[in-house]
Ligand binder design. Structure first.
Ligand SMILES: Cc1cc2nc3c(=O)[nH]c(=O)nc-3n(C[C@H](O)[C@H](O)[C@H](O)COP(=O)(O)O)c2cc1C
Length: 646
């Protein structure tokens, strides 16, 4: 019997049987053409998830009219020309037994004119400050609203023509349908706004029009933000009132999500939120309807999914990033290989890439969105390769090289793998990064690489192994800034602060508010005492994109024992003091018992340089932070590129 009997029991949505309870959450990937057409790269992505065992694959929010686009490389369903491409995608997934769904949507106020090429339109003139520019939308007229209802119905007809098995109406995340429903964004006082019934009118008209256009055979799903988490927005009590109306209008499953752009962490939850964090919303909605309910929200451990189903909280689980990070999440779970899953750590890199109009890749899995490009191609000749350093770059290079057939030995000075990822262990809310280190090491070992710990590799040691090639992945360390008086100062290395739990401090100064400095400050603040962060720039954690660092920075700012000085430099240090300069003013800080330089990071490139200079020596390649200190994402992805090239 499977370890996850509820997860792998077939389930029903309307007249359709799904092979298991895993609905792949709709996720924009930025892999479409600017015309809204699907690409081969997109099909490859979906086919991999179908082959990996997902029950029903929802693609992404597909605009029903170009004026409702949210991103430049998003799928559309506004034009008949798009249908043949979707047919190919649907066929590719059906070959592996997965069903496929189209999510139809219109962005409304949550977009901008550089994308739509026209002023965004919405129920009311409520700009969305979470989208660049916070553009004022134009208020929709009644005839325009009716045209949009027709556009949803026409898109649904194209979805049926494309062979999609289900259609999901995107009523969540504060897009147009949600905008009509929510008092936060609907300030109308006509037949489409004013009270509950009139705010519900547009969503119900869309459902009825779609149902009338597609007939009764195809199941209709409705995505609902069951708590918008904004003042004046929809609450769980509202959602429980709304759900029966959706059912009565012809919906076959309610897909529970949360948030709108103004409360974005509730749409795509960061690492700091627990797994299954939206389950309570589904538990409240399920008793209000007879149709099945699914729920999303950081469900990345199959045991969490199983518990949600076993407890009767939901009938299906909507799994997004876990399947983004590992296309084989269902198969590995079913086959008792859960320990081989490449877990999503909710780092939000995917979300950030989406906002930057870049293909939505994955920190942990370099093959995601590059299924064909990074398919393993056996090396022309098996060579012996020594990888120095078992940080994220070294481990990923080792994994790919070993999979391609090379004989790979990884040498690590420390007693365990992971490099800088492990530093997150004692940072509040960031400990999941340690699990990523474990995965990368396990994946390299399963690929056939030999991992040796406690080896302080020098030139003689490496050359003694007679490798054909050496990959140097020795990382970076915090540098010591040159500040007058620093010789007397109580300086402590940032890495060692994070490596140990350590005792309490009275007052600490962290020099540098980059991602390392923010981590150090959070870890120290957790231990009590007072923490002062000094950053010459105007933002914290600037190396990470806006989304990946949002929660960590918010947590730091919320701490009463932390003071942050942006636009500030350290002019001088002493045995227990520091002199800061901010906007031309001097600030004296006294009674310091700890000073932690956390910027700049310095590449550890000397071994690479030594090995490159050996006459007739092996080919030497450097990857990761020892080339340039950056984030784990760049380190891992550069390492994969090298691994596929050698
Ligand atoms: C990169 C990215 C793109 C997303 N795009 C969509 C989308 O197109 N439509 C939608 O309903 N939700 C979208 N979401 C939200 C997901 O469907 C899902 O609800 C959310 O990621 C939480 O589930 P997870 O923790 O399993 O990823 C997106 C999430 C991410 C990370």
């Amino acid at each position: 019997m499977s370890t996850f009997p509820h997860l792998f029991a077939p389930g029903r949505i309307g007249r359709l049987t799904v092979r298991n309870r895993i609905l792949m959450a709709p996720m924009e990937k930025n892999l479409a053409l600017p015309t809204g057409a699907v690409t081969q790269r997109y099909i490859d992505y979906c086919e991999a998830r179908a082959a990996g065992g997902a029950g029903l694959i929802m693609l992404e929010s597909m605009y029903v009219h170009p004026a409702g686009m949210g991103h430049r490389y998003q799928l559309g369903l506004h034009d008949d020309e798009l249908v043949p491409g979707y047919r190919r995608l649907v066929d590719a997934c059906h070959r592996h037994g997965a069903l496929v769904g189209a999510e139809i949507y219109f962005a409304g106020r949550e977009t901008s004119s550089p994308v739509t090429l026209t002023q965004p339109v919405a129920p009311s003139a409520v700009p969305c400050t979470a989208v660049a520019g916070g553009e004022m939308p134009r208020i929709l007229t009644i005839p325009e609203i009716r045209d949009l209802v027709d556009a949803f119905a026409a898109a649904a007809v194209r979805a049926v023509a494309s062979g999609f098995n289900v259609i999901e109406i995107h009523g969540a995340h504060g897009y147009l349908i949600g905008q009509f429903l929510s008092p936060f964004s609907n300030r109308r006082d006509d037949e489409y706004g004013g009270d509950f019934a009139r705010r519900l009118r547009f969503p119900l008209e869309v459902i009825r029009a779609v149902r009338a256009a597609v007939g009764t055979d195809i199941p209709l799903l409705y995505r609902l933000s069951a708590d918008e988490h904004v003042e004046g927005g929809l609450t769980l009590a509202d959602a429980c009132r709304i759900a029966p109306h959706l059912e009565a209008a012809g919906i076959d499953l309610i897909d529970v999500s949360a948030g709108i752009y103004e409360s974005a962490p509730w749409i795509v939850q960061p690492m700091e939120m627990p797994q299954g964090c939206l389950a309570a919303l589904a538990a409240a909605i399920r008793p209000t309807v007879k149709i099945p309910v699914s729920v999303a929200g950081r469900i990345s451990d199959p045991q969490v999914a199983e518990s949600i189903l076993a407890a009767g909280t939901a009938d299906f689980v909507t799994v997004g990033r876990a399947l983004h990070a590992d296309a084989e999440w269902p198969r590995k779970s079913r086959e008792g290989r859960a320990q081989e899953i490449c877990y999503c750590v909710a780092c939000l890199k995917c979300s950030d890439l989406l906002g930057q109009n870049e293909p939505v890749l994955c920190l942990a899995n370099t093959q995601t969105s590059r299924e064909r490009q990074y398919a393993i191609r056996p090396a022309a000749r098996r060579e012996s390769v020594v990888v120095i350093g078992a940080g994220p770059a070294g481990l990923e290079a080792a994994r790919v090289l070993a999979l391609r057939g090379h004989a790979v030995t990884v040498l690590e000075r420390e007693s365990e793998p992971g490099g800088q990822l492990l530093l997150n262990r004692h940072i509040p809310g960031r400990s999941d990064f340690a699990a990523l280190a474990e995965y990368l090491a396990g994946a390299a070992a399963r690929a056939g690489a030999s991992l040796r710990y406690g080896v302080d590799a020098d030139q003689d040691f490496v050359l003694g192994l007679h490798p054909h090639a050496v990959v140097v992945a020795t990382g970076a360390v915090p540098g010591i800034p040159c500040i007058p008086g620093m010789d007397d100062a109580p300086l402590v290395d940032a890495f060692s602060v994070l490596q140990k739990r350590g005792g309490g401090i009275r007052r600490a100064l962290v020099i540098g508010g980059g991602m390392l400095g923010v981590g150090v400050a959070l870890a120290l603040a957790e231990r009590g005492g007072e923490v002062i962060v000094v950053e010459p720039g105007n933002t914290l954690s600037s190396e990470l994109g806006m989304r990946p660092c949002w929660q960590t920075v918010a947590d730091l700012r919320a701490r009463k024992n932390v003071t942050i000085h942006l636009g500030t430099t350290v002019e001088a240090l002493g045995s227990d003091r520091a002199l800061l300069r901010k906007a031309g003013q001097e600030i004296a800080i006294r009674s310091l018992d700890l000073i932690v330089p956390a910027r700049p990071m310095v590449s550890q490139m000397s071994l690479a340089e030594i090995l490159k200079a050996v006459p007739g020596g092996p080919a030497v390649f450097d990857v990761g932070d020892c080339v340039v200190p950056r984030t784990a994402f760049e380190a891992i992805h550069d390492a994969a590129a090298l691994g596929h090239r050698l």
